[in-house]
Design a protein around this ligand. Sequence first.
Ligand code: AMP
Ligand code: GLY
Length: 427
Amino acid sequence: MKVLIVGGGGREHALAWKCAAAARVTEVLVAPGNPGTAAEPRVRNVATCAEDIPALVQLARSEQVDLTIVGPEAALVAGIVDAFAAAGLRCFGPGRAAARLEGSKAFAKEFLRRHGIPTARSTTFTRASFDEAWMRAQPTPLVVKASGLAAGKGVVIADTADAAIASARAMFDGQFGEAGREVVVEEFLAGEEVSFIVMADGRHILPLATSQDHKRLEDGDRGPNTGGMGAYSPAPRVTAALHERIMREVMEPAIRGLAADGTPYTGFLYAGLMISPAGIPNVLEFNCRLGDPEAQPLLMRLQSDLSLLCEAALAGRLDTVSAQWDARAALGVVLAAAGYPESPRRGDPIEGLERAATLPGKIFHAGTRLASGQVVTNGGRVLCAVGLGADIAAAQRGAYALAGCLHWPGMHYRHDIGRRALASGDA
Ligand code: AMP
Ligand code: GLY
């Protein structure tokens, strides 16, 4: 069987590596992939852009690909699954209509409200309907969100009404292009953030192992928000009781609601949740894909054949399969380029990859490229070093041992990934 992975980051490296490990998979293509995927056995990079849907359909046809798995959201929101289905090709992910859960925060909020799923109170504005007086009457802080895809940058937590109004105006004025045509303004929720990722087949839900991301740039959860600076699995914060509550109050009504609305959801579904002090799992956002970097430690722990799980989902049979997980913990540390997240520098030569390859664990490539045979930085989040160990502390030691082998000018990373799990004392 031949598998195509769409994308070229750390999540896609982990997807390609995992799929290639299954005996029945003869070859994995990655479009476009990166130097990390190129070096994996039975994996081949193809120079097709992850957003060029007609070219991807053509590629899957000419290479006789049996199964395509899409990493990033852009192609999903643009309708890659619909295009593949129209061409008779199997592609794991939501169709365009269901992917609006991520592609439009305005749509997601309306969906959540209509189906009684807990979320922050909010109002959606366009430039024409924007109401400054209403904004001034709200308690602060206020959270201002560009409705469309903004590469994780479209959310501002404003301490004053003036700052919130200025943020909304900047969005209407094109700060995030089309993504800011609608702006969602919502109440600020306190609590602890948790990610929860499942696979769905339109009707049935298979929860993945629990995981937790670290979105802030600096140690101690300080500094600006990023795409994610590290993640681990399992997440002890998601107790069996909380797991059950998230399934009952969020995932089940979401999958049921999408089916009832005529847009059944197949694919990975990721809920970003704020667990209130009373334990209410409020949805902050939905993503229509695996998290990055959550995918890296998750897929290190997955023992089942991922292509089989995706095939079962595409056949509407997720209820007949289960996922086996390594009992050990996995923890990934993102190694970032100078200037990340504001303006990452590209082209710095990366040293130490050979030495890291001799240690246990795994380095996944994200923002890298080859320049005259040398691996150099090519994006903000450059590598993800994943350790595996008997518990979170052991996995953390493994990941930092890997990170310690690596160097380039301006490389930086957090030193406290796994902090919360270790502080909770039950990891
Ligand atoms: P989002 O892309 O909607 O998940 O927002 C990005 C980040 O902003 C989240 O991971 C949270 O840390 C924060 N955030 C978003 N919405 C809220 C909210 N209503 N209250 C508090 N923090 C929020
Ligand atoms: N790590 C957060 C995300 O993938 O959206």
